[in-house]
Structure formats: structure tokens, C-alpha cells
Write a protein that binds this ligand. Structure first.
Ligand code: ZN
Ligand code: FE
Length: 257
């Protein structure tokens, strides 16, 4: 299996997974880069996995379905371009002969889902849309901090080796914020310089791994004493209230320059 982040728009990645014959794509906001990727791989598009309803994740669905006949899977609780197979947490869909477990991850949007396959050529693979980013998380457009925290906890429980395929290249700005939250986190400082080197060569910083994210992502680390103290310093968040600590870090990120 080959896994490729196809760049689109400013900073989106449309993830293409293919074995030289058949392919799946996640969140095709634009059809053109996907059609080009399929031609290059000489692969037939079998499935389109959609994580949430935003246009930069769904804009190419109709054109791709029309061009390839691929089956579209999308969150049951959101409106995405019909017809599609509605999925929800606990479901498993099959694509490329692999099982994809659907995980409910509300917060960025109310019905956002993620897709997880435990063994893709020996490693687990996660497509998490705009819920988890490397070093960060999605904005809370339709959910509460408590919902988003529970969603991220669900993802953080996946194995360390899980390859984390996020839908945007936000890593450097996320890690610069993360450094302000946890200036004492040496793994984070090290990872930031690694990612700066990748970006200076115009290479993607993704996929990340869940083990890496647990070390460096402040939104997966809201129970760490240094993160709790930073939240308290930001807006006097109650250190005993996990959702309040999470909310403080998320608010701070919104205004961080
Ligand atoms: Zn989005
Ligand atoms: Fe997005």
C-alpha cells in the first residue's frame, strides 16, 4: 500500500491510499489532484471516506463519484453530497480489502468521524480530518470543549505506532504555540526543529504518529502539570476541571500570534 498526502488549496492534504490497482481517498475537497494521483498510480478509485461536512473536505466528492463510480462513506449526522453511505461510531466499512473502524469525534463539527484501520502493511492508520492535527486540534465550530476533549481522548487511546493522517499542514504554527504552553518539553523543541527542516525542503510533516503526538501535542496533554499551570496563568482556569483547562488552551491558541 502506498500512502500519499495530495496537497490542495492553501494547506489541505487529500490522503490517497493505493496498491497499484485500487485506491481510496479521504476528504477530497478538490477532484483534480485526486484524478491526477489516480492516473499516476494507474489505480481505480474504490472508495471516498469523508470525515465532516466542510467544503474543503467535500468539494470534489460529486465530480469524483461521477468520474469513477467510487462508493462514498460519510458521517450519518452531517449533510454531505448525496448519495452516500452513512456511517457512525462503532461501524466498520471495508475498502481496499481492509476494515476501517468509524470513531465518533464530535467537536470541530457535531457529527465528525475518524477512520481507523489496525493493520495496514503492519501498522495502524488513522484518518482524523480536522479533529487532531500534529501539535494541535481543530477549532470548536459546533462542539463543546468537553466533547472535543473526549474525542481526542478516544484517538489518544490508539496504539503509539498509529500513523496519524491529518487534513491540514498546520504543524509549524501548532508547534510554536505548543512551545509557549510547554517551554520545558524537550521532545517538543526537538520535534519543532525536525519539522522546520522538513518544511524548508517543502516536505509534509505528516503523517505523524500517535506516540509522537502524545509527547508533543498540548491538546493531548491537558493533564500534564505544566499544561495545567499554563491554562491557569492564561485565564485562571480551574486546575481541577479538565474541560476548563482544555478550553483555556484552545482559546489561547485562537489568539496566539
Ligand atoms: Zn473542517
Ligand atoms: Fe478543513
Amino acid at each position: 500500500m502506498k500512502l500519499l498526502p495530495l496537497p490542495a488549496f492553501q494547506d489541505n492534504y487529500l490522503w490517497l491510499l493505493q496498491d497499484g490497482q485500487r485506491a481510496l481517498v479521504v476528504d477530497p475537497g478538490d477532484a483534480e489532484p485526486v484524478l491526477a494521483g489516480l492516473r499516476q498510480a494507474a489505480a481505480r478509485l474504490e472508495a471516498i471516506l469523508v470525515t465532516h461536512h466542510h467544503g474543503d473536505h467535500t468539494g470534489g466528492v460529486q465530480a469524483l463519484r461521477a468520474a469513477t463510480g467510487a462508493v462514498v462513506y460519510g458521517p450519518a449526522r452531517e449533510s454531505i453530497p448525496s448519495p452516500f453511505e452513512p456511517v457512525a461510531g462503532g461501524d466498520t466499512v471495508t475498502a481496499l480489502g481492509l476494515p476501517w473502524q468509524v470513531i465518533d469525534v464530535p467537536g470541530h463539527t457535531a457529527g465528525h468521524v475518524a477512520y481507523y484501520s489496525p493493520d495496514v502493511d503492519g501498522t495502524p492508520l488513522l484518518f482524523c480530518g480536522d479533529t487532531l492535527f500534529s501539535g494541535g486540534c481543530g477549532r470548536l465550530f459546533e462542539g463543546t470543549p468537553a466533547q472535543m476533549l473526549a474525542s481526542l481522548d478516544r484517538l489518544a487511546a490508539l496504539p503509539d505506532a498509529t500513523r496519524v493522517c491529518c487534513a491540514h499542514e498546520y504543524t509549524l504554527s501548532n508547534l510554536r504555540f505548543a512551545r509557549a504552553v510547554e517551554p520545558g518539553n524537550e521532545n517538543l523543541i526537538h520535534y519543532l526543529s525536525h519539522c522546520e527542516a522538513l518544511r524548508s525542503r517543502h516536505q509534509p510533516t505528516l503523517p505523524s504518529t500517535m506516540g509522537q503526538e502524545r509527547q508533543i501535542n498540548p491538546f493531548l496533554r491537558t493533564r500534564e502539570p505544566e499544561v495545567v499551570r499554563a491554562a491557569q496563568a492564561f485565564n485562571s482556569a480551574d486546575p481541577g476541571d479538565e474541560a476548563a483547562v482544555f478550553a483555556a488552551i484552545r482559546l489561547w491558541k485562537n489568539e496566539f500570534k
